[in-house]
Design a protein around this ligand. Structure first.
Ligand SMILES: [Mg+2]
Length: 350
């Protein structure tokens, strides 16, 4: 159906949190109203690589923002890691946990036990936590060196904060990898387990999901890894300049989550012109121009969500055109990020 909302084309929606629903304690504009409306069409869940908090804590924050969600609608990478270990180890097996309260809670909820003794540990589940100490990394390294199964919740190298990027779980996992020469199994995005747990939670096939996220190298690459379509939103860390350099291939892109309720974009390419119902952009010798009903105009005068949808098709199309195309993609991406900065009010300064 041409005028059906995008969300209705899928079995369910799995949505990232940071940079999509909220940034810090603030809801991202339109996120709460769009998700509330989307949930009337299809089941939703929220999947986060951040393992430090429990699903109940995350769900409480979402309710505070005005969303109607129960705790089971939140899936964390700690739960995906605990589920993997529970499928491999006998019930009650001891797991050494590194990370915030969400990591140990997930292990216990999966029918395993926790230990801080490397000699007792059958496995190590390593996630991020504000209180993680060198001692924790030392115990994890000793257990891994002695042959414990090692699962990392995620390997995001950095975490965005109000003051800039700080070491994420990937940096701490790298410390244990460096010390032991071992490599963990990773369950968070872009690896398949987290989205698979989310699909199970929704009673959907993983390839029937629409995955929504702001990070190309985790949310969007992870969606492709399970055969799911993806909606990339520009309210978080990545912009078009990242897309031009990336290999990630979002199915859709939008300025904000109202795109879930809008019709599916229908972008047509004609040479170096991309339009959706007559509105779009064209690449001229002097640079990219906006286009509405054949009339050239500034890129900034095109409706933002439409410009983002058309811009996605143009950057992906140029990326596919080889080296010359890639240079064109880089120039276009910079122009798009310039006019779309208002989509990304919380983006770190370039
Ligand atoms: Mg995010």
């Amino acid at each position: 159906m041409a005028d059906e909302p995008l969300v209705a084309a899928y079995e369910g929606v799995v949505c990232d949190l940071d940079g999509v629903v909220y940034r810090g304690s603030e809801a991202i504009p339109y996120a709460v109203s769009a998700l509330t409306e989307a949930a009337r069409h299809r089941p939703l869940c929220f999947a986060t690589n951040n393992a430090s908090r429990t699903p109940a804590e995350v769900a409480a924050q979402l309710r505070e923002l005005g969303l109607t969600v129960d705790d089971a609608a939140v899936v964390t990478s700690a739960q995906a890691g605990a589920a993997l270990l529970a499928s491999e180890l006998p019930s009650g097996a001891a797991v050494l946990t590194v990370g915030g309260p969400g990591v140990a809670a997930a292990v216990l909820a999966a029918g395993l036990t926790t230990t801080s003794d490397p000699d007792q540990a059958r496995a190590v589940l390593q996630g991020w936590g504000r209180e993680v100490r060198v001692d924790d990394l030392a115990r994890a390294s000793i257990a891994v060196a002695r042959g414990a199964r090692w699962v990392a919740t995620n390997t995001d190298r950095t975490l965005p904060t109000a003051h800039g990027l700080v070491p994420g779980n990937g940096t701490l996992v790298a410390a244990v990898a460096e010390a032991t020469g071992a490599t963990p199994e990773v369950v968070g995005k872009p690896h398949p387990p987290l989205y698979r747990v989310a699909a199970e939670r929704l009673g959907a096939a993983a390839n029937g999901l629409l995955a929504v996220g702001d990070r190309l190298d985790t949310d969007i690459v992870g969606a492709s890894a399970v055969g799911a379509d993806s909606l990339w939103v520009l309210t978080g860390v990545d912009g078009f300049t990242h897309l031009a350099r990336s290999t990630a291939r979002p199915t859709y892109a939008a300025c904000d989550l109202r795109a879930l309720l809008a019709p599916r974009p229908d972008v047509v390419r004609n040479g170096r012109t991309w339009t959706w119902a007559g509105t779009g952009l064209t690449l001229e010798a002097g640079g990219p121009r906006g286009l509405a009903d054949g009339i050239p105009m500034d890129l900034g005068d095109i409706h933002a969500n439409r410009l983002v949808a058309v811009g996605l098709a143009a950057v992906l199309g140029l990326r596919d055109d080889g080296e010359v195309g890639k240079r064109g993609a880089a120039v276009l991406a910079e122009a798009l990020d310039g006019v779309l900065m208002h989509c990304r009010p919380d983006a770190p300064a370039q």
